[in-house]
Design a protein around this ligand. Structure first.
Ligand SMILES: NC(=O)c1ccc[n+]([C@@H]2O[C@H](COP(=O)([O-])OP(=O)(O)OC[C@H]3O[C@@H](n4cnc5c(N)ncnc54)[C@H](OP(=O)(O)O)[C@@H]3O)[C@@H](O)[C@H]2O)c1
Length: 239
């Protein structure tokens, strides 16, 4: 069986970088997107031209809706896609303190950042005998950044789930996490937004999207690692 990765939020930014990196290593990629249809189709076409013997189908789904998440997985299986790796990369990063959290806001942040990864993991486990899951976390999972409280609570839950499931689902499924530091400014914000954060990192380095993709690849390729969280963050988790 070939290597086939489902990457959520794959159309742009870090997701697209992971898609390029894995494609160059011989993976076929199921490119998930929500609103970035043009970018997803362009990425699929670009990868198919570069790697004609691999497959790069696209699939649309709003991950805020659990029913849609499960339908998406079923649809991809029905299309004959044999997924062997799941990269939970899609995310929504909305500011708001603990005091700002409303039920709807919490449902949205938890839905995309925690529940969708959880139900995709479950569907993946039921679908495959052997496989690997990578959850994209955040260096702040070891901190208490209250500016994005609901987002961070969801990522902290996803970190805990990564380790709980790694133990529960061994030896068949390996589950690891990547915790990025400053890679790209949040969508819609400029580079200035990141400069202070980068300057505060021990390595004084903006994390390259390729560094993240390489870490994902390392975890996918190392059969002895499960339940590991790698901080690819220029050392900022140390402070
Ligand atoms: N950027 C950083 O410096 C940084 C730092 C720490 C952690 N991370 C983590 O690394 C991962 C990738 O980061 P990123 O900055 O590249 O992410 P991003 O651009 O903020 O989001 C990635 C994709 O998530 C998808 N998405 C958002 N809401 C969705 C929904 N309701 N349903 C389905 N898809 C949805 C979007 O897809 P569409 O465009 O198709 O709508 C978006 O392109 C994330 O998990 C993030 O938390 C990033």
């Amino acid at each position: 069986m070939g290597k086939f990765a489902l990457i959520t939020g794959a159309a742009k930014r870090i997701g697209a970088a992971i898609s390029h990196y894995l494609a160059a290593e011989g993976w076929s990629v199921l490119i998930h997107y929500n609103s970035s249809d043009k970018e997803a189709l362009a990425l699929a076409a670009q990868l198919k031209t570069a790697y004609p013997s691999q497959e790069f189908p696209t699939i649309q789904c709003n991950l805020a809706n659990t029913d849609e998440v499960l339908k998406m997985f079923k649809k991809s299986v029905l299309q004959g896609v044999e997924i062997t790796a799941l990269i939970n990369n899609a995310s929504i990063f909305t500011p708001g303190s603990i005091a700002d959290i409303t039920p709807d806001f919490l449902a949205q942040q938890m839905g995309v950042n925690f529940e969708a990864p959880l139900f995709l993991m479950q569907a993946f486990k039921n679908h495959t005998e052997h496989g690997s899951i990578i959850n994209m976390l955040d260096t702040n999972v070891v901190k208490n950044m209250e500016t994005h409280a609901a987002y961070l609570l969801a990522k902290k839950n996803l970190e805990a789930l990564t380790q709980m499931a790694a133990l529960a689902w061994a030896p068949h499924i390996r589950i690891n996490g990547v915790a990025p530091g400053p890679v790209l400014p949040p969508p819609g914000q400029d580079q200035k937004h990141l400069e202070k954060v980068i300057d505060n990192t021990p390595l004084k380095r903006q994390v390259d999207t390729k560094d993240i993709a390489q870490t994902v690849s390392f975890l996918l390729n190392n059969p002895s690692i499960t339940g590991q969280i790698i901080f690819c963050d220029s050392g900022i988790h140390l402070k």
